[in-house]
Write a protein that binds this ligand. Structure first.
Ligand code: SAM
Length: 292
């Protein structure tokens, strides 16, 4: 049995052999702790019937742990220099395919259709550059790609914001955007010391389980998100002030906005952070005819 990739010694051996240098622009902080990786796979809910999509396999540390559990793994890696390395490190696994592609340009639905017809449940797992993790999650969720769960490493504050509940200082439009489509939970916090090189920020792993249908039924999703963003534009302002100042022609439509708030039994002096997703859904449905 080969040694796990994710130990400081083995990782260094692999990097030295290929003369690999980290690219900061691609967020290359590799995990060097097998227990953390096993824990991520454990929280992902992957089993031997599952299809797994990994984004950014690096030298294959997480890929290897996923492949031990999943039926099939497809991993997207942008950095060409890693392809020969992955070929060697993952040689023993016949259930992994690597696709050399920027995930932001990949047709994930098509890949799922072509490669995952014999699996039960599709799980995305990733330790990616933090600045693209949220856009990728939102892209895959809003495009309704048939993914069952996401288990992603993130900057700790962002993970906490994604999972925050109403009334909490971290609750905002990101929490609502994520929880509209999924049930979100922070499942692990991860110290800097388990990365090579060590990042500057603390990390956490978020686990998102896609809802069968969105948390609330809305007439127009884009408008719903516009209303939530508007409501948090200035956190200290009331919902009424934020909506009148942020929505198109909101000032002229103050009376209509007040009527809609009243119809939804939402006191206009409340702040956005006190409203539940259901309240935002009802409010955006009431407001919608006034803003189209
Ligand atoms: N999964 C490995 C691990 O945990 O050790 C590597 C993680 S490293 C933080 C991020 C990886 O994502 C790198 O291998 C990087 O080249 C890759 N990557 C960065 N941007 C990407 C993109 N847009 N599409 C696909 N892969 C990307």
């Amino acid at each position: 049995m080969k040694k796990d990739i994710a130990t400081p010694i083995r990782t260094k051996e692999i990097l030295d052999k290929y003369g690999f240098s980290f690219k900061k622009s691609l967020g290359q902080n590799f995990l060097i702790d097998t227990n953390i990786l096993k824990n991520i796979v454990h929280h992902s809910g992957i089993n031997n019937d599952s299809g797994a999509i990994e984004i950014g396999p690096g030298i294959g540390a997480l890929t290897e742990q996923i492949a031990k559990v999943a039926k099939k793994v497809v991993a997207f890696e942008i950095d060409q220099r890693l392809l020969p390395i992955l070929k060697e490190t993952l040689f023993d696994y016949d259930n992994i395919s690597i696709i050399h592609k920027d995930i932001l340009e990949a047709d994930v639905s098509n890949v799922i259709e072509e490669r995952f017809n014999e699996v039960n449940g599709i799980h995305v797992v990733a330790n990616l550059p933090y600045y693209i993790t949220t856009p990728i999650i939102m892209k895959l969720l809003s495009e309704k790609v048939p993914i069952t769960t996401f288990t992603m490493m993130l900057q700790k504050e962002v993970a906490v914001r994604m999972a925050a509940k109403p009334g909490n200082k971290d609750y905002g439009s990101l929490s609502i955007a994520v929880q509209f489509y999924t049930e979100a939970e922070v499942v692990m916090t991860v110290p800097k010391t388990v990365f090579m090189p060590q990042p500057n920020v603390d990390s956490a792993v978020i686990h998102l389980v896609r809802r069968e249908k969105p948390a609330v039924q809305v007439i127009n999703e884009n408008f719903f998100f516009e209303v939530t963003r508007a409501s948090f534009a200035q956190r200290r302002k009331t919902i009424l002030n934020n909506l009148t100042s942020q929505l198109l022609n909101g000032k002229e439509k103050k009376e209509e906005i007040l009527k809609c708030l009243d119809k939804c039994s939402i006191n206009p002096t409340r702040r956005g952070e006190t409203l539940s997703i259901e309240e935002f859904g009802r409010l955006s449905n009431e407001l919608y005819p006034n803003f189209t």
